[in-house]
Design a protein around this ligand. Structure first.
Ligand code: SF4
Length: 232
């Protein structure tokens, strides 16, 4: 695929057009990755309208908030989807917790990346296996680590899969307006001041004026606020 040409072609296209292209091009070889953030639910809503049996996967890290599980259920029921849940390998989680305890990720950056590797990256690699493309709800406005996102990318971190990010140029107001207009299921964490959805012990509410992903791994530098699922 001529990825450079695709980037140019879709730069000014709407999220719906990008999703329509992706679903027609990849069909069942495309799946949406969902953390049940507002962004992800908006992407699912648009994609289901175009392709009702769109594949959606989610990673159950074992540390998700109850509110996220409830939102996942609301999405599953509303759209009649089978959410393809992926779990970490139990023996790896057992070894991690037995040797380092339940909160090792707070002790060092290395430990944090170890935990994300076991609970998120390894399951993600299995979820992506066999796909040609995956779709996310990532937006540039979410933080410094996401400023260079494109609507269509080649994901070199994951074997050169095509990564589709239809909402990259959406503002927070645009996202809220779409969510309200469509009465989409909303993760209740947003009502408590959260602006990003992740694992319970590594995500907290943010203060007014803080970056949208400031509540993720708040003890780390802003440049490091990715778990390795995304990035180059
Ligand atoms: Fe572990 Fe926190 Fe990463 Fe979740 S976000 S996988 S709990 S380090």
């Amino acid at each position: 695929m001529e990825i450079e040409a695709q980037k140019m072609d879709f730069r000014d296209e709407s999220a719906q057009t990008v999703i329509e292209w992706a679903t027609k091009t990849f069909s069942s070889n495309l799946a949406i990755a969902s953390s049940f953030s507002m962004e992800d639910v908006a992407v699912i809503d648009m994609a289901v309208t175009i392709q009702p049996d769109i594949r959606v996967f989610a990673i159950d890290t074992g540390r998700l908030n109850e509110e996220t599980c409830e939102c996942a259920e609301a999405v599953r029921k509303r759209y009649g989807l089978t959410i393809e849940w992926v779990f970490p390998r139990s023996e790896e989680v057992e070894a991690l917790e037995r040797t380092k305890g339940l909160y090792s990720f707070r002790d060092s950056s290395e430990n944090r990346h170890d935990c994300c590797g076991i609970r998120k990256l390894e399951p993600l690699s299995r979820a992506l296996h066999g796909l040609q493309a995956w779709m996310t709800g990532m937006r540039r406005e979410q933080g410094v680590t996401r400023l260079a996102l494109e609507k269509i990318e080649k994901d070199l971190k994951h074997g050169g899969l095509i990564k589709v990010n239809p909402l990259v140029d959406w503002s927070q107001d645009q996202l809220l307006a779409y969510t309200m207009e469509k009465y989409l299921p909303v993760n209740r964490l947003y009502r408590s001041g959260y602006t990003s959805i992740g694992c319970a012990p590594c995500t907290r509410a943010v203060q007014s004026g803080e970056e949208l992903r400031a509540g993720r791994w708040w003890w780390e530098n802003p440049e490091h606020k990715e778990c390795g699922l995304h990035g180059r």
